[in-house]
Design a binder for this molecule. Structure first.
Ligand code: G6P
Length: 474
């Protein structure tokens, strides 16, 4: 029995099954895992997550009571739930990623997702079942009065489900994504919009990354549930229960990041990049190939910058790392193809025998990303909408002279906006102008801005962020 439990869809590690049946362990990706891995190292936290792949399912089958063997990885105990693949697929791909993610990131303008038809209502049943599996496992594993930290949009129903069986627990829910404003959120079918809000309100504490997302959640509770919202006290009262709303702006552990970024494998990647680009200036971006990250408009901005500023031809390279993500979804596969097409068009238009204006790299490689951060002159982070965006925080920690071109729609803009070049992510010309402004910014100003950015980025490292939420439950 554990006294602190974490529940999230993706866990700290995942497994790849090779053809000969061997399992290789990898670190999980994304902001949620980066933040929580730092805090869930000790044996006193149990992390419950879903088996995401055949590799994970094989690892679970080898594990007593679902506790996976994470030898060699610096993480506390992990229990993986082997949810029936069809149920998992409908809950994760269809509901969480094709619907809730699209709603919270305002991605309503894509041709197919989200769509609410009889199929969706069947998928919703699986989402309930998936949340039920987590609630059950948490109820089994939690000691009396334990603190349970439920993460993200995959698990919005679990807090209320868990409360039914275990009213003794202290439950928090944390959203790593933005929360949609009521006029968007209520495009979900009525009953479902209400069920999600009531699910989260099953928690004693509902946490968000910024004031903006917390305010949107409270607005939705008022508009959809007619709940009693006290914005000054940050509470929501519904059917006789009170949920406190908290804002916890996840930051980066600067010392740990710097230590990792100065290891020899990163240095070799720096040499390799240097060989490719020479002394040219570098505009860097590092993202999952994710619709909300706005990679295509970022490239169009780079193209417009090259068109407007021929003086930079041959003197700058755009290093775009766009790592694979959610390839089971057609929207993501199409988006990946669009990113590749756009990169090729820029190459076709501008490349010369001795200059590659844009290097697109789609193979996930963490040490190479760290190398790129260290070498960046400009870091482009232009999401349409983002819960926080830790890339924006990591860059200035690792490069003492990098100018941050940052979308005003990223949660990170609340803390980093004053010292970055803020852009409207839809405004390609504005972004192109910011890229240029970043490149010509005098060294002294870059360094001063970077110092302040670094301070803001490390203000709330994961351990403090987590401790803050635990304290809010007391
Ligand atoms: C975001 C979400 C996380 C998710 C991550 C990666 O950061 O908030 O919950 O884990 O993206 O996405 P994936 O679908 O690969 O887990």
């Amino acid at each position: 029995m554990s006294s602190t439990l974490i529940a999230s869809n993706r866990g700290p590690v995942s497994f790849i099954l090779s053809d000969d049946g061997a399992l290789t362990m990898r670190r999980g990706g994304g902001g949620l895992v980066s933040g929580l891995s730092e805090v869930a190292r000790g044996d006193d936290h149990l992390w419950i997550c879903a088996a995401l792949s055949d590799g994970d399912r094989s690892a679970v089958r080898l594990a007593p009571e679902g506790r996976i063997d994470r030898a060699g990885y610096d993480t506390g105990p992990v229990r993986m739930l082997d949810i029936a693949p069809a149920v998992f697929h409908r809950a994760y791909n269809a509901v969480a990623n094709s619907t809730l993610w699209f709603v919270s990131h305002l991605l309503y303008n894509t041709p197919f997702a989200p769509t609410f038809d009889t199929r969706f209502h069947r998928e919703w049943e699986s989402y309930r079942e998936y949340n039920g599996a987590f609630a059950l496992a948490l109820a089994e594993e939690a000691a009396h009065g334990a603190k349970v930290m439920i993460q993200d949009y995959h698990l919005t129903l679990a807090p209320a489900m868990l409360r039914v069986d275990r009213p003794d627990l202290r439950v928090a829910h944390f959203s790593h994504t933005p929360w949609a404003p009521p006029e968007y959120f209520s495009l979900l079918p009525d009953g479902i919009a209400a069920e999600i809000l009531q699910g989260v309100l099953g928690a004693d504490h509902a946490g968000f990354l910024t004031d903006r997302w917390a305010a949107a959640f409270m607005d939705c509770c008022e508009a959809v549930l007619d709940a009693r919202v006290d914005r000054a006290a940050k509470t929501v009262e519904f059917e006789g229960r009170l949920t406190r709303i908290g804002v916890h702006a996840l930051g980066v552990d600067g010392d740990a990041l710097v230590a990792r970024a100065f290891e020899p494998d990163v240095e070799s990647h720096m040499l390799a990049i240097k060989e490719q680009v020479g002394d040219r200036r570098l505009i860097v971006r590092i993202d999952r190939t994710e619709l909300s990250k706005n990679i295509v408009r970022g490239m169009l901005a780079y193209r417009e910058f090259l068109a407007e500023h021929p003086e930079w031809h041959g003197k700058v390279v755009h290093l775009a790392f766009a790592y694979p993500s959610r390839h089971d979804l057609p929207e993501y596969r199409e988006y990946t193809a669009a990113v590749q097409r756009c990169a090729k068009e820029i190459e076709d238009e501008y490349a010369t025998d001795d200059w590659d204006p844009l290097i697109l790299n789609m193979q996930d490689d963490y040490p190479r990303s760290l190398a790129a951060y260290r070498m960046a002159d400009v870091l482009l982070v232009n999401p349409i909408r983002d819960g926080m965006n830790l890339v924006a925080k990591e860059g200035p920690i690792l490069s003492p002279r990098c100018v941050l071109v940052l979308s005003r729609e990223a949660g990170a803009a609340a803390e980093l906006g004053a010292d970055s070049l803020l852009v409207n992510p839809y405004d390609v010309s504005g972004t192109a102008a910011a890229l240029h402004e970043g490149l010509v910014m005098p060294d002294k100003e870059r360094a001063e801005r970077c110092t302040r950015l670094r301070r803001a980025a490390t203000a709330m490292p994961p351990e403090m962020w987590f401790a803050d939420q635990l304290a809010a439950l007391t």
